[in-house]
Design a protein around this ligand. Sequence first.
Ligand code: AMP
Length: 364
Amino acid sequence: MTPAPQPLAPGATIGILGGGQLGRMLALAAVPLGFHIHIYAPEAESPAGEVAARITRGAYDDAAALTAFAAEVDAVTYEFENVPAACAALLAGLRQVRPGVKALDVAQDRVTEKSAMRAMGLGTAPFAKADDAGEARAAFESLGGGAAIVKTRRMGYDGKGQARVASADDAAAAVARFAAPCILEGLVSFEREISVVAARGIDGRIEAFEPAENTHKDGILHRSVVPAQLKPQVAAEAWRIAGTILEALDYVGVMGVELFLDRDGALLVNEIAPRVHNSGHWTMDACAVSQFEQHIRAVAGWPLKPAVRFADCEMENLIGDDVLRWAGIAAEPNACLHLYGKAEARPGRKMGHVNRLFPPSGRR
Ligand code: AMP
C-alpha cells in the first residue's frame, strides 16, 4: 500500500507559477498558515512578487530556471491556466504539482474542454471545431445556421479572441482573422450567468461555495453577487456539476466553473478555470475561509474548511480608471477594498476589487 501523502507543515515553501493578482491573494492567504511563498514569473515586478518571500524571474520554457525553482519549493501550484504543458510536465517530475497536469490539459483547449464536459454527461453550448476557414463554414452549418460565437481554442480570456457571427461567411472571416485554431459555439440565450467555486482536498472531500451571479462589461467580469437569485434545485444542480468535474479530473485545489442558466432552467458549462477564480473573490470577506486559503489548504494536503457564507456580498471589480474611486470606497462602512498594487491603470486592466457586505438575507 502506498502511504497516505503527508500534509505540508508550517514552514514549508509553496511555489506559485504566475505573478498576477491571483498569486498575490494566494500568497496573502498562505502566510497566516505559516507557509513561505516563492513566485515564479517572467516579470521583474509583479503583484504577487511584491508580497512573496522569494521570487524567481524566469520564462515558462526555461528548463534550468524551473528546475532550480523546483529544488527550492516543497509543492507547486499555479495562478493561471495557460501554463505550457512542457513546463507543467517538467515540474510534475520534480515536485507535487496541484492541481495536476490533467486539469490543465482539459482547460487549455476549448474543444477538449467542452468534449470532456460532454463525456462527463454535462450540458454545454452546441459546438464544433473550426480550425480553418473551411471548417468554420461547415461548423456554422452543422450548428443549424443560427447566431454563434467564434473563439480561439487556446489562450482567450476576458472576451479576447472572440467574435459573434451571423453567417458562414462571418464565421470563416473570423477564423481567418484570428489565424489560430478556433471553436464555433451556438449562442446560448441565457437567463443569467452563474459560477461555482469549489475545492477538492487530497482526501477527496469537496467543499463548494455558493453559486454567485455574475455580470460582465465589455467581456470582463464586472460584478459577482451572493446569494444568487436561484431556485434551490438549480443551486444544488450547480454544485452537482462542480462535484462531477472535480471528481472526474481527480482534482486537488480550487476550481471555478462558469455556467449559463438557460431559459429552460438547464445549466450549461461555459468553461472551467483550474485555479482560484475572479467570481470567488467575495469569499475573502463573507466566509470563514476564502477561496485562496482553501486552495492553499488543498495544495498543502490540509483539511478543507466548510465553505459556509456569513454575509450577503456584492463583489465589484475595479477595472482601469475605476480604481481612482478608491478614496470614496475606502470611506464606505461596509466595503472591503482589495487593491493589487499595479502602478498603471490601463483600460481593461484589473486593478482591484471591492466586496460590499450586507447582513445575511437567510437565502442559502
Ligand atoms: P468566455 O471567455 O467563454 O467565458 O466568454 C465570455 C463571455 O461571453 C461569457 O461570460 C458570456 O457572457 C459570453 N458567451 C460566451 N460564450 C457564449 C455562448 N456560447 N452563448 C452566449 N454567450 C456566450
